[in-house]
Design a binder for this molecule. Structure first.
Ligand SMILES: Cc1cc2nc3c(=O)[nH]c(=O)nc-3n(C[C@H](O)[C@H](O)[C@H](O)COP(=O)(O)OP(=O)(O)OC[C@H]3O[C@@H](n4cnc5c(N)ncnc54)[C@H](O)[C@@H]3O)c2cc1C
Length: 383
């Protein structure tokens, strides 16, 4: 068991941190303050370190990075700009599915522009009546010659209104429940649909969208996998999705910890820096312990993924622990900043807002507990 990063991993972490500090962090401040949506120019900057191609195998044009390397990238990006991390993770989920499940034609059609970040993708599973139980997808897909016709609504979709490609899950036969769910690659310009965005608590630069399909025609050649394989496809990347969320929140929590330490050393009350008070030190030590534990749980999953070993239990532990821990860490960062922590004078209130949704995404905290309970007890509380 090796708890140290290799030299190559350390260089990746340090050089990425420098690059993001210079190229991305100033944009984060500007865009978040003004609440502007991401532009292609920002995504293109991430191509400098081939973020979107990281986990794609080299033989189809990707970088072929290890999961540990990818997790380092995710943490550093989240530390610099949490909502940008959320957007490109969603895009990456669909990119990876195309790389793993797509036909050669689909890979040629979609992957080059997604990997170079000239285009971005999103992942469209959730619907107004379909959340934790994904088997009840109500959006329909009806075959019509060499097309499918989609009808239905996807909701709470990260980046739905700005994405160029949407991985949409729709049922070809509602009577078959989960076994009718099928995945489609919907391309902007090729298929008609309407989007609108929610007003929301955090991730202000990243739209959260509703997408409405009304007799929307998708080429049959854009079906990802076979009819009925949609849920299998959606769930196939879950362990990777969960460790990605882990490092997403570890990055934000690390940024919150650093901000709290800096503030505690400079802010003075009672004639001393507040960091010299034991109760403030306790807050900071609790934060650091949670960040470190979450990171270690995440590295265990990444290492198991690299070794191609099963890791469903470990992935659930890391997702569950890290997201709940990040809420406490970012909240404590506000506490250390006192009243100013609640204002936009410091970034800590944004860190709190930007991690809040991650106890929901990729399986809620409660769903993780049910998965773990089933695994430990061999009794399912879900159905
Ligand atoms: C910012 C943000 C971004 C998102 N991005 C995407 C995206 O890109 N693509 C996408 O498809 N979806 C996305 N989602 C949706 C997300 O995946 C869902 O919110 C999540 O799956 C939960 O579904 P729900 O919101 O319908 O909650 P529900 O499933 O209705 O759950 C509500 C509450 O009930 C609890 N609950 C549900 N079932 C059980 C049970 N059996 N036992 C105990 N408790 C239970 C849940 O834990 C939760 O607390 C996003 C959500 C947010 C907030």
């Amino acid at each position: 068991m090796d708890f140290k990063l290799s030299q190559k991993e350390r260089i990746l972490k340090d050089s990425l941190r420098d690059f993001l500090k210079k190229e991305i962090a100033p944009l984060a401040d500007e865009y978040e303050t003004e609440g502007k949506y991401f532009t292609n120019k920002i995504f293109k900057k991430l191509d400098t370190f081939e973020y979107a191609a990281a986990l794609i195998p080299e033989d189809i044009g990707g970088l072929g990075a290890s999961f540990v390397e990818y997790c380092i990238m995710v943490e550093e990006l989240a530390r610099a700009w949490p909502s940008l991390r959320s957007m490109v993770t969603s895009s990456g989920l669909t990119t990876k599915l195309i790389a793993r499940m797509g036909t050669k034609e689909q890979q040629e059609k979609f992957l080059p522009r997604l990997m170079s970040m000239d285009e971005i993708a999103c992942f469209g599973l959730t619907e107004p009546n379909v959340g934790s139980d994904a088997s009840g997808v109500e959006t329909t897909a009806e075959r019509d010659g060499d097309h499918y016709i989609l009808n239905g609504t996807k909701t709470l979709i990260t980046g739905g209104s700005i994405a160029d490609v949407i991985c949409v899950y729709a049922t070809v036969d509602a009577d078959k429940k989960g076994k009718g769910v099928t995945a489609f690659l919907v391309k902007k310009g090729e298929t008609e649909y309407k989007t609108s965005d929610f007003r929301k608590m955090g991730n202000r630069c990243c739209p959260l969208s509703e997408i409405v399909f009304t007799d929307s025609r998708v080429p049959a050649a854009n079906r990802l996998g076979e009819e009925g394989e949609g849920l299998k496809i959606a769930l196939s990347g879950l362990n990777v999705g969960r460790v990605t969320v882990t490092f997403g929140v570890v990055g934000v929590a690390q940024a919150a910890l650093e901000a709290a330490i800096k503030y505690a050393k400079t802010r003075e009350q009672f004639g001393k820096p507040i960091g010299s008070f034991q109760l403030v030190q306790e807050l900071i030590v609790d934060m650091a312990l949670k960040v470190d534990t979450a990171r270690l749980l995440g590295y265990r999953v990444a290492t198991l993924l690299d070794a191609d070993e099963p890791c469903q239990r470990e992935a659930s532990y890391s997702k569950l622990f890290s997201t709940e821990a990040a809420l406490e860490v970012t909240s404590n960062a506000i506490q250390v900043h006192g009243g100013y922590g609640y204002t936009e004078e410091y970034p800590v209130e944004r860190y709190y807002r930007d991690v809040r949704h991650l106890t929901m995404a990729e399986g809620t905290t409660q769903v993780q507990k049910l998965i773990l309970g089933r695994d430990l007890l061999k009794i399912s509380a879900i159905r």
